[in-house]
Design a protein around this ligand. Sequence first.
Ligand code: 5AD
Ligand code: SF4
Ligand code: FES
Length: 344
Amino acid sequence: MIELIKKAEITHELDKEEIVKLLEDDSINDELLAAADRIRKKYVGDEVHLRGLIEFSNICKRNCLYCGLRAGNKNIKRYRLEPEEIIELASKAVGYGYKTVVLQSGEDEYYTVDRMKYIISNIKKLGIAITISIGEKTFEEYKALKEAGADRYLIRIETTDKKLYEDMDPGMSHEERKRCLRDLKELGFEVGSGCLVGLPNQTIDSLADDILFFKEIGADMIGIGPFIPNEDTPLKDATGGDFTLSLKVMALTRLLLPDINIPATTAMESLNKNGRIIALESGANVVMPNVTEGEYRKLYALYPGKICTGDTPAHCRGCITGKITSIGRVVSTSKGFRNRKLEF
Ligand code: 5AD
Ligand code: SF4
Ligand code: FES
């Protein structure tokens, strides 16, 4: 097993069987996480990139079984922010020192391409990078967002197991999801994807496929988080994902894609009170603090136990800086684009 970790550290290549072995063996966890931390340091250094997350609408036309924002959930108060409010939040994020904002929402048709173009072009004037995370769109729509000034796009594959994906996301097509990722890449976005760990009936085999898929599509960013069952969804009685397994999937992703950006996800910290710091010491180099204000933070209820829902953007900015410096790392002052070190 230690030889396998060494191989991953030197060649950044493992086959599916080798990944499965490492995911199944819990006696090597410390070595695996430490190797991912070394590779993180070697390829992306000690800087941690902060992205200010704006959750601008919790309205969604989709029905993903795991998600609290699903259209079928009638127990949640819905909100949507007007373009001017979103631009205002982005401008405050600049004031807190963020060099990137992430505009995230459910799949809400109120935000037409024209509205998004207006929002993006105005935020662009602030001189920061923009990441969009608003779901599945056509090639033409993605193209318009890119031309308006969007730099990056996040769309998780959630799972590469087609059957599981289509069971979890009723009415959605796995092929279409992959089409989105291909189009975004072709349009020159920095592309972020990722998966959930611990979905019902998800296997270790399929998690190994997920990691290989990230490599295959040439992802620039990968976010991995445990699935956390939500009371207001059909999966309320499911077991949910394991913190350590999520961490291992993330560490293996760092070993195989050494120079990409990997966030320490909020879901990790929702399962472990030190989750983001542990993730930053196991391969991650990005944190996405919330810059949404007031009750909206709580209403963007993907899963229960979400951190920071009662805190202010200013508080989170100070909190996360303290945590990052406490482990000897530094908050980056750059926009934090992927700095390619290897061609695969
Ligand atoms: N637990 C953890 N993550 C979730 N997401 C949605 N619902 C949950 C949940 N119950 C994740 C999905 C989506 C991202 C925005 O939030 O992976 O892509
Ligand atoms: Fe909508 Fe995204 Fe939640 Fe699915 S995961 S219901 S697309 S917000
Ligand atoms: Fe929000 Fe620590 S980052 S309270």
